[in-house]
Design a protein around this ligand. Structure first.
Ligand SMILES: [Cu+2]
Length: 331
């Protein structure tokens, strides 16, 4: 069995029938540090219900792929350093947030959120960005780079550009469209996570991406629906299986426009906070952390007891409108 196939099976996606084919085409990879480590990280199979499979198919959104999939780019060496090339395309796509709600997204690579890009501090990152969305867009990255790579210049529909810079500093970052009104361009889905790993890798862990976002479905400047990784209420319907007594590393990003802050809270546990992922030692232990728009953190925890545990912002109106999920801790 080849390595890619084995990874897919380890991720529990092998038996997904119609979805298996679609997901297997995308670059599902555990983090490189996990790949290289002797310590085996267990990713329990996600047994997708028929309803979940149907919802992923009809919604046009795939929160399973967003959860543990990292895009390390096409890797090469230039003058003795690692270069990672990414191809990102702005697209327009109508998705189904629930049975009654169609929503036109502006997005990257037909996904909301866009792919989670990943590099190691000091790598050269080269992003070929093309715009096929019908409107002007751009990609603005957080992190350090020269002004000409800051991604605030509109790239017209049908045009392309290259953003190139060194991946630094290590931490959890993000990218998003920076065309005005930015509230709309982010609110309609043109964003993703950008992880820069430290030169010395973090300890092995089950690594999970959770991006909170809101949807203004009627254009009134307020969000009517919210979601983790794109699809409202999905992880309540389909809990995220995690292993008991194993380090769980959450990369959490708040991309909610229109609401000034959202918190992130886990039930029945505490987590270690690595603010913006900018340290190797935690700065705080808590069970609820407040995040303004674009704030992001690494949160680490272990569940000592099996069972189902909720996670959600403690602005409960946001949670109840779709930004809520469950971990299913298994032995
Ligand atoms: Cu845009």
């Amino acid at each position: 069995m080849d390595r890619q196939r084995r990874k897919i099976l380890e991720l529990g996606l092998g038996g997904m029938g119609i979805l298996g084919g679609a997901i297997a085409c995308s670059p599902i990879r555990l983090s490189e540090s996990q790949d290289k480590s002797d310590k085996k990280i267990v990713v329990p199979p996600m047994k997708l219900s028929d309803a979940s499979q149907e919802r992923i198919k009809t919604s046009g959104l795939n929160p399973i792929a967003a959860l543990r999939e990292f895009d390390y780019g096409k890797v090469s060496q230039e003058n003795g350093r690692t270069v990672r090339e990414f191809e990102l395309t702005a697209k327009t796509k109508t998705v189904k947030l629930d049975a009654a709600t169609d929503f036109i997204t502006w997005n990257v690579n037909d996904r909301v959120p866009g792919p989670t890009l990943r590099a190691t501090e000091g790598d050269r990152v080269r992003i070929a960005f093309s715009n096929q969305a019908g409107h002007s867009h751009s990609l603005h990255f957080h992190g350090e780079h020269p002004s000409e790579m800051d991604g605030i210049k509109p790239i017209r529909n049908g045009a392309a550009t290259i953003y190139e810079f060194d991946a630094k500093p290590y931490g959890v970052h993000l990218y998003h469209c920076h065309i005005e009104p930015v509230t709309r361009h982010i609110g309609k889905g043109l964003y993703g996570m950008f992880i820069v790993d430290p030169p010395t890798p973090r300890p092995p862990a089950d690594e999970i991406v959770l991006i909170m976002a809101g949807y203004d479905t009627n254009g009134d400047g307020r969000n009517e629906m919210y979601a983790f990784n794109g699809l409202p209420h999905f992880y309540m319907q389909q809990p995220i299986a995690v292993q008991q007594n194993q380090l769980l590393r959450l990369y959490v990003l708040n991309m909610i426009e229109f609401d000034p802050v959202a918190t992130f809270h886990v039930h029945a546990n505490m987590f270690q906070v690595y603010r913006t992922g900018r340290s190797m030692t935690p700065t705080e232990e808590t069970d609820v952390i407040t995040m303004g728009t674009a704030e992001r953190h690494i949160l680490e925890l272990k569940y000592g007891f099996t069972g189902k545990y909720m996670f959600h912002p403690h602005q409960d109106a946001i949670a109840e409108a779709g930004c809520m999920g469950l971990f299913d801790v298994v032995a």
